[in-house]
Design a protein. Structure first.
Length: 328
């Protein structure tokens, strides 16, 4: 289903200097919209948006979404992407992560309510926890540990969905909820601790490739361009309403297979080593994207190998430029 896209929308993107957020800013600017990028640079990087900072329809505001945000002008769209999404980073300060999920959502919903803006919550496949069915449809309620090392993020995102739902019911706020599955591409931080960034960084550095567990756990990897197309289609849909929508690539790979593919494309000789599986690490992750296909006419197009090529090129530059862990 094609959506008629309005031009010259006034958009606010929280977490806009991060991996997904910076690409979203690019896409919205390309579509002719005005963009305010909001980020406290806790995990976002200024270099991700440096090419936009002199654009007449782009502005950057350094701000923490835990603190209420005021904007004097009108807003049409709010994309709430603010939150560390990498396990090592969101576990460094779990209380802060939970605050970002809850207070950030509350503050952005309040802003959307004041401005009459439509607001999208970037939720996550982690709301399904370690699932006992696959693929995971939106109706599945998940198996989530409320007191584990990942709970600050998993439960924070689940609570944010509840807050969005209740704001819609009580205030009539025009909401969208995107449940985002594993996404990869250029501008991922090399130290973000997920399979693609870990494997590529290790392979191009000549280090052993580390697999946690036996490697038979699965991941479904969506290239960033595909994810953004789905996210914007969801935001602009006039029919999907407040129901959560899975966005991800249903192509399922074992972690061991991903490691072998990365090593092959990188031309690396890195040995593969195994370490214990982290607590609550999901064994299977695969989206049911039927709802996105029916309501948005959306499906991912980029195959894993095709998406890995520009991703690896970016990581080569990042590693050679000693950008690991940087925020420049």
């Amino acid at each position: 289903m094609r959506q008629r896209r309005r031009r010259n929308l006034r958009c606010l993107v929280t977490g806009g200097a991060g991996f997904l957020g910076s690409h979203l800013c690019d896409r919205l600017i390309e579509q002719g919209h005005q963009v305010i990028c909001l980020d406290n640079l806790q995990t976002g990087r200024r270099r991700n948006i440096a090419h936009l900072e002199r654009h007449p329809r782009f502005s950057f505001v350094e701000h923490d979404v835990i603190v209420p945000f005021s904007h004097s002008g009108p807003l049409d769209r709010i994309y709430n992407l603010a939150c560390p999404a990498s396990p090592p980073k969101y576990q460094r300060d779990p209380i802060n992560t939970f605050q970002i999920c809850i207070l950030g959502a509350f503050n952005m919903l309040a802003l959307a309510d004041r401005k009459g803006a439509r607001i999208l919550q970037a939720s996550t496949s982690e709301v399904y926890g370690d699932p006992d069915i696959s693929p995971q449809p939106e109706e599945y309620r998940g198996v989530v540990n409320t007191v584990g090392p990942r709970s600050c993020y998993d439960e924070g995102k689940r609570a944010a969905e509840t807050l969005f739902h209740d704001y819609h019911l009580t205030h009539g706020t025009d909401i969208r909820i995107a449940r985002i599955f594993n996404t990869y591409g250029p501008r991922m931080a090399p130290d973000d601790g997920r399979v693609v960034s870990n494997f590529v960084t290790q392979a191009i550095s000549g280090l052993p490739i580390t697999i946690y567990g036996d490697g038979m756990q699965t991941r479904s990897l969506c290239y960033v361009d595909d994810l953004l197309a789905g996210m914007i289609a969801l935001m602009e849909s006039e029919t999907v309403g407040p129901r959560p929508v899975n966005l991800g690539n249903p192509g399922e790979y074992t972690v061991a297979a991903i490691a072998r593919i990365v090593r092959e494309i990188c031309g690396a000789q890195s040995p593969i080593i195994h370490k214990p599986l982290p607590i609550d690490d999901p064994l299977q992750r695969c989206p049911d994207i039927t709802r996105a296909g029916v309501t948005l006419g959306w499906a991912p197009k980029v195959a894993l190998r095709a998406g890995l090529l520009p991703t690896i090129t970016y990581f080569r530059d990042a590693v050679l430029g000693q950008e690991i862990g940087g925020v420049a």
